[in-house]
Design a protein around this ligand. Structure first.
Ligand SMILES: *Cc1c(COP(=O)(O)O)cnc(C)c1O
Length: 396
């Protein structure tokens, strides 16, 4: 059975370009970039070339790019740095949203325990934050605003440039988790007034366990991992040279074909949405147009998302009910709850996230499987029976 991979928001397959770029650094060029001999310098050159490439793609300067182990580490370091710098000036208020990735939310939870006050903004029914609400929430003691570029579950794209402008005018540090956006949406840290930004290679066909952060010159950055002097004393540990080289190659490739991919992938997405909305008592979550090219997030009333996933998996379709981090728990997604969905509805969610490797045939197979599986699950569901008999009201 052919596997249809529709979980690209969780991770992506590595591109051939990324694998080819990485291979020499796994086999032949194995020096430590901190070594002064020729083997080390060969690795160092590759590292700095990758830094230059990534900086150019984000419209940053190479000195503003730091390599990390991925999106989670970048988020942790950016947020903690801005919080610590703020606290030193008596500013202990942070603004974010209720539907951030857990790498952000759990860091903020910890900071609350350490005496920070966190305001989580409403993301409204469509999953989009309003820049004027960010502005209204800023106080004299606000140290940081952190709002994601695009949401990983419902795919909604935030008005990052507007939020950046509001923050710059107020003199507040603005961080954005751009893990879902990098390689998929246009990022320009200067034009979008971004002070700090997180990316992760494995969300754009690069390898897992490697990422980067951008920190604008003058914005506060503190080491999260202490040790050697790597990354100009901001991130200790021997660099993942092969991974970093592959990340730069993957990002360059993704950015070069961004428009073409977006056109292809959004057409597949729209076909999926149109087809899935034919299922009775179904709804699309998140804004229809302000969304990532590859994101489909639906709720089907009267079923459990987990059962739907298992049955789709049995048919060779890899999907998700929300984020990879929450799957396995019976709690509905915090993202869907933040959009105001009732628990009962949020439980029946399905996220299909496509990449340019998906095909028209994949969409056809998904559009055949999902309605059949939903109908099957409903036929066995006591809740569905009650809904159909009018004992409890339909919510969607
Ligand atoms: C995947 C993801 C992360 C975590 O990145 P890792 O590299 O897996 O640590 C953070 N934020 C968002 C929005 C993500 O989609």
């Amino acid at each position: 059975m052919k596997t249809i991979y529709a979980d690209n928001a969780a991770t992506t397959a590595m591109s051939k370009t990324a694998i080819d770029a990485m291979t020499p650094y796994l086999a032949g060029i194995y020096g430590n970039p901190s070594s002064l001999h020729s083997a080390g310098q060969a690795a160092k050159e590759a590292l700095e070339a990758a830094r230059g490439k990534i900086a150019a793609l984000l419209n940053a300067d190479p000195q503003e790019i730091y390599f990390t182990s991925g999106g989670s580490e970048s988020d942790n370091q950016c947020i903690r740095s801005a919080a610590t710098a703020g606290a030193a000036k008596g500013k202990k208020h942070i603004i974010s949203t209720a539907f951030e990735h857990h790498a952000v939310l759990h860091t903020l939870k910890q900071l609350e325990k350490e005496g920070f006050e966190v305001t989580l903004l409403d993301v409204h029914q469509n999953g989009v934050v309003k820049a004027e609400e960010v502005k209204a929430a800023i106080r004299p003691d606000t140290a940081l605003v952190t709002v994601m570029f695009a949401n990983n579950e419902v795919g909604t794209v935030q008005p990052v440039a507007e939020i950046g402008k509001v923050c710059r005018e107020a003199g507040v540090v603005f961080h954005t988790d751009a893990v879902q956006a990098a390689g998929h949406l246009k990022i320009d840290v200067k034009a979008q007034n971004i002070d700090m930004l997180s990316v992760s290679a494995h969300k754009f066909h690069g390898p897992k366990g490697v990422g980067a952060l951008y920190c604008r010159k003058g914005a506060p950055l503190m080491p999260h991992i202490r040790g050697g002097a790597q990354e100009r004393n901001k991130r200790a540990g021997t660099e993942n040279v092969a991974g970093i080289v592959a990340m730069a190659a993957a990002l360059a490739e993704a950015c070069a074909s961004m428009d073409e991919n977006a056109k292809k992938v959004s057409a597949l997405r729209d076909e999926l949405i149109k087809g899935l909305l034919k299922i009775p008592h179904s709804k699309l979550n998140g804004d229809v147009s302000l969304r990532l090219p590859g994101n489909v997030n639906m709720c089907f009333e009267g079923i459990e998302g987990e059962s739907l996933l298992l049955l789709l998996d049995a048919r060779g379709i890899c999907a998700s009910s929300g984020s990879a981090c929450t799957s396995g728990s019976l709690e509905p997604s915090h993202v869907l709850l933040a959009l105001g969905l009732p628990h009962e509805v949020a439980h029946g969610s399905l996220r299909l996230s496509l990449s340019e490797y998906n095909t028209e045939d994949d969409v056809k197979a998904i559009l055949k499987a999902v309605p059949e599986v939903v109908a099957y699950l409903r036929s066995m569901s006591p809740v569905w029976e009650d809904l159909e008999k009018g004992k409890i009201p339909h919510l969607i």
